[in-house]
Design a protein around this ligand. Structure first.
Ligand SMILES: CCCCCCCC(=O)SCCNC(=O)CCNC(=O)[C@H](O)C(C)(C)COP(=O)(O)OP(=O)(O)OC[C@H]1O[C@@H](n2cnc3c(N)ncnc32)[C@H](O)[C@@H]1OP(=O)(O)O
Length: 218
């Protein structure tokens, strides 16, 4: 698993953010609209054709596989295809993980609003999506020293259904032992905990440290 160095100036980086963020936001709106629309069949057929044309236009020039996890010389992360935080991934909620310091009581947190695309039980967040969000926030909390850490184990306790809408995840790392980090997190809605997670995150043998993580994920 290789991280990719992308030789971008800060201006080029911000330019790309300005180009792709609105595209992804528009597609995210489209996902929501497709789930909730009640227009007539002819309008749906016409929309399907229009979407196919847009897809063909974007496919005119493509990279061969997945986006990868890129980073710039300044240490800006560009996990833009990531399923949870990806700036170019409309499936991603998207989550912006805010990292503090490893000595803070809450080392990382994220606020996110989940809509119709994340439904499991009626009006509530799918259990797999709850797990997905926890995995990313815990992983980033564990990786804050700059050594990327991957999920070895992840246990979720679903205390009550999590309603769609705004929610917060708070993570902390009570134990760090060499390449292994124990991380815990809570999911909160209006200050009440709906789910808890605990995982062991492990940095693979021989992994090179990246720029120490601070601030917001991208
Ligand atoms: C950078 C931002 C991070 C974002 C994170 C997003 C979260 C993710 O989705 S990560 C993707 C999902 N996870 C994966 O794909 C991980 C797949 N597994 C692996 O790559 C490897 O098995 C990995 C890295 C976990 C461990 O491999 P390796 O470095 O060879 O471990 P190894 O040297 O055998 O063991 C190291 C220690 O960890 C323990 N260990 C290894 N694997 C596990 C495991 N799955 N569960 C519990 N403990 C384990 C070993 O017992 C050993 O402990 P000790 O040092 O006390 O003897």
């Amino acid at each position: 698993m290789e991280f990719t160095y992308e030789d971008l100036t800060a201006d080029e980086y911000h330019h790309r953010v300005a180009v792709y963020q609105p595209l992804t936001a528009a597609l995210r709106e489209l996902l929501d609209a497709v789930i909730r629309t009640e227009v007539d069949d002819a309008t749906v057929h016409s929309a399907t054709e229009t979407i196919s044309e847009v897809t063909a236009a974007l496919r005119a020039q493509q990279i061969p596989g997945a986006y990868g996890v890129r980073h710039t010389a300044e240490g800006r992360g560009m996990a833009w295809g990531n399923a949870v935080i990806g700036l170019r991934n409309a499936i991603a909620p998207p989550l912006t993980v805010v990292r503090g310091s490893v000595t803070d009581p809450v080392v990382a947190h994220a606020d996110v609003e989940l809509g119709a695309a994340y439904e499991g039980p009626p009006g509530h967040v799918h259990g797999g999506v709850v797990s997905l969000l926890f995995d990313q926030v815990l992983g980033e909390a564990a990786s804050m020293t700059g050594l990327p850490s991957y999920t070895g184990t992840l246990t979720i306790r679903y205390l009550r259904p999590t309603p769609l809408g705004p929610l917060r995840i708070e993570a902390f790392t009570p134990e760090r032992d060499g390449r292994k980090t124990l991380a815990r997190a809570a999911m909160l809605v209006d200050g009440a905990v709906t789910a808890e997670a605990e995982g062991l995150f492990i940095s693979p043998r021989g992994m090179t440290p990246l720029h120490p993580f601070a601030g917001e994920s991208r």
